[in-house]
Ligand binder design. Structure first.
Ligand SMILES: Nc1ncnc2c1ncn2[C@@H]1O[C@H](COP(=O)(O)OP(=O)(O)OP(=O)(O)O)[C@@H](O)[C@H]1O
Length: 243
């Protein structure tokens, strides 16, 4: 479980997130929603300390289980809390190498284990059937939707506990969006997902918990049914009305 207590975050003198406290439940899908610029991505990036790569500061405490994430090395933390970005990233190597280089980085060398993990993670990301005969081909030839599923496979191959997804479907068509939503729904018993989405329909389809943000604050944290059936704030009501 990820517990966030009195989190503030900003860049330079500009504070973006103000006193955020919330719990991310295990093996569920939590969707972070809210208007553009309210701080959804910044919040997501605090959870695996990505925000520090952009010289952002944080105060307050984020705990993974009972451990403060600041006391975990970034490499270890990011193997436990993976991240998938808005633009699908495929490295200019073979499909297989896109996964094995991560596994090798984390110390796995045995060829049989590497190939088992490649197959397993591609299956989890629902990409295996499409690429099983072309694992040595360049990943750059994949479609946008396939590249995003490859990015998910790459995050899953090191067996994280939590996967953060920042608008993973915003560059994809409906068919690929549905494939990714189905993948997350199937895997949620095994992993904890936190997804930033501007698409309330997507949050309604796949989320268990909704975090509704505005101007760097959390206005509402609730289960999906409560959020969509009887939102607590006028702002949420307005946004749901126009979805
Ligand atoms: N690296 C950065 N340096 C300085 N300011 C930043 C940085 N990243 C984000 N911000 C600022 O933080 C605020 C929140 O941005 P953020 O991307 O977290 O919002 P968001 O809710 O995810 O927006 P959107 O839905 O449009 O993606 C914005 O004012 C943005 O300009």
């Amino acid at each position: 479980m990820l517990t966030i207590e009195h989190l503030n975050c900003g860049y330079g003198k500009h504070e973006i997130l103000h006193d955020i406290s919330v719990t991310i439940p295990d093996k569920k899908i939590t969707a972070i929603v809210g208007q553009s610029g309210c701080g959804k991505t910044t919040f997501l990036k605090t959870l695996n300390r990505m925000v520090e790569e952009e010289q952002g500061y944080t105060t307050g405490k984020i705990s993974l289980g009972n451990t403060d994430i600041k006391s975990i090395s970034k490499e270890t933390l990011r193997s436990r809390i993976g991240m998938v970005f808005q633009q699908p990233i495929a490295f200019p190597h073979s499909i297989e190498k896109n996964l094995t280089y991560v596994l090798k980085y984390y110390g796995i060398r045995d060829k049989k284990v590497l190939s088992e993990k490649v197959e397993e993670s591609l299956k989890k990301a629902k990409l295996y059937k499409e690429v099983k005969d072309q694992l040595k081909k360049s990943a750059l030839k994949l479609s946008g939707g396939q590249k995003q599923r490859l990015a998910i496979a790459r995050s899953l191959c090191v067996n994280p506990e939590i996967l953060l997804l920042d608008e993973p479907c915003s560059a994809l068509d409906m068919k690929n969006t549905i494939a990714i939503e189905e993948t997350l729904m199937e895997l949620k018993g095994q992993y904890t997902f936190v997804i930033v989405t501007h698409n309330l329909g997507q949050a309604k389809r796949i989320a268990d918990q909704i975090i509704f943000m505005d101007q760097g604050k959390i206005l509402e944290v609730t289960d999906k049914e409560t959020f969509f059936d009887s939102p607590a704030t006028e702002l949420a009501r307005e946004q749901i009305q126009y979805m």
